[in-house]
Design a binder for this molecule. Structure first.
Ligand code: ATP
Ligand code: MG
Length: 437
């Protein structure tokens, strides 16, 4: 039984509407519909988590999560457009076209050793956790104080059990409860600490920060698919540079992308480091401009250092350049998959982007024209530009493809004409006289 004095607190500090800046006008209509229907049916209904936190900060929330005392089946009865999901913990998804409002029933506690619904591993990691409870129990299962504020639709007040409002004001990420225990329960919280610090510009409270330096290894047991999801949030939400720097600082990046980390720290790693940083900056810029981003590009960059190193070794051992590159990409991607699972729909184009880097050096004939028609051309070309910027490839390689894209098909054909007399001759190795005898 958890008897730390904090977690027995049953009465929140209630911040009335006039004393905070969260207004209904900033909450999506769909979230409001869900809240009001729950309330009208006699249930408690709150917005919790990132929605409240971001509104307090004057930021636009990514989404609104609803917490209620209605059980999932009761939620389903209230909404025709509702689906129940989740095995570890049942959640209700209320669909409005493409918009989904997630409705979670308050989770129970306190956690008893012998309680069958709450199962942990020997290391204290939560495997199953599916007891319903009340709001004053739910709050202690949340991760950070800033994420544990509840906006009550009944009177527009904010309920704060954990000092979250002050931490939001001060810009502090602070785990609720004993930090080490909370990270052990769910090691992904380490990545969440980094993500929120990066995204919000918050500092991590010293007690919540110290374990980050030593518990990173726990991520090794997490399902690679969950780590992939979390990595997308870390690197594709507009704060990739900050996320990366925090992860490197805490020694966590090496546990997620071991080959990239080792390459960066190697003696010849300077160009690769520059490439990674440029790619992260570029991703953040695209997000800020509202352009689409995919994990393909960034993950290709992360693996590029190790892939080229291995390809070089294979070439030196007599391998053909393209085969050496493809084999290396396969091997490095496979070893990366042990840490973070990269779905096939990203893995395949990732390898294409890498293979295209070699094709870009062949600038003659029909083959060059076909390079331009490749579905990954655009991404591979962007990758090439970054490599040029980082000093990984001469500028002329990119200039050729930049010009070629601006030409009509007539000019393109003549641009890729092999220069007669020169290229042809080169193809055939000079005939050597057999040594006599
Ligand atoms: P975002 O802006 O990324 O949506 P968020 O704080 O809303 O941030 P979510 O992942 O949407 O984060 O989770 C919603 C809420 O659920 C969190 O604010 C937190 O209270 C709780 N939560 C999510 N993941 C965990 C976790 N691993 N451990 C404890 N509580 C969690
Ligand atoms: Mg959220």
């Amino acid at each position: 039984m958890n008897d730390s004095p904090d977690t027995t607190r049953r009465v929140p500090v209630i911040i009335p509407r006039p004393e905070h800046n969260v207004s209904r006008a900033q909450i999506s209509n769909n979230a409001l519909k869900v809240l009001y229907r729950l309330k009208d049916a006699g249930f408690k209904a709150f917005i919790v988590g990132g929605g409240v936190r971001d509104l307090l900060l004057g930021r636009e929330p990514k989404d609104f999560d609803v917490a209620t005392d209605a059980h999932p089946e009761e939620v389903r009865r209230l909404f025709r457009n509702c689906r129940l999901i989740g095995r570890r913990f049942r959640l209700a998804h209320v669909h409005f076209g493409r918009d989904i409002i997630e409705v979670a029933t308050f989770r129970g506690g306190p956690v008893q050793e012998d309680e069958p619904h709450h199962v942990t591993t020997d290391e204290g990691r939560i495997l199953r956790d599916n007891v319903y409870g009340d709001i004053h129990e739910d709050v202690w299962r949340r991760d950070f104080t800033a994420n544990a504020l509840y906006y009550n639709i009944a009177d527009f007040s904010i309920w704060d059990y954990v000092g979250g409002a002050e931490d939001v004001r001060e810009g502090v990420m602070r785990l609720i409860g004993d930090p080490e225990e909370r990270y052990r329960e769910d090691p992904v919280r380490m990545l969440r600490a980094v993500r929120f610090a990066a995204k919000l510009g918050f500092r991590i409270d010293p007690a919540s920060e110290a374990p980050l330096f030593k518990l990173g290894e726990l991520l090794a047991v997490m399902p690679p698919a969950r780590l992939f999801d979390e990595c997308q949030k870390l690197f594709l939400s507009g704060h990739a540079v900050q996320s990366f720097e925090h992860l490197r600082h805490y020694g966590i990046f090496r546990l997620l992308f071991p080959t990239a980390d080792a390459e960066m720290d190697s003696l010849e790693g300077e160009v690769f480091r520059a490439l990674v940083l440029k790619a992260l900056e570029n991703t953040d810029r695209r997000v800020a401009e509202g352009k689409p981003v995919t994990p393909t590009f960034l993950f290709a960059v992360f693996l590029w250092g190790a892939v080229t190193r291995m390809a070089k070794e294979l070439r030196e051992a007599g391998g053909a350049p393209m085969q050496a590159l493809l084999d290396s990409a396969d091997t490095i991607l496979r070893s990366q998959q042990r840490h973070i699972s990269i779905p096939r729909r990203f893995g395949v184009p990732m390898k294409d982007i890498m293979a295209m880097q070699l094709r870009f050096t062949h600038q003659h004939g029909r083959r060059a024209l076909r390079t331009m028609e490749h579905p990954s051309f655009r991404a591979a070309y962007d990758f090439l530009l970054l490599r040029v910027e980082a000093g990984d490839e001469p500028a002329e390689t990119a200039e050729f493809w930049t010009k070629l894209q601006d030409m009509d098909s007539e000019h393109r054909r003549s641009a890729v004409q092999p220069k007669r007399g020169r290229t042809r001759k080169r193809r055939r190795p000079p005939r050597r006289k057999r040594p006599a005898g």
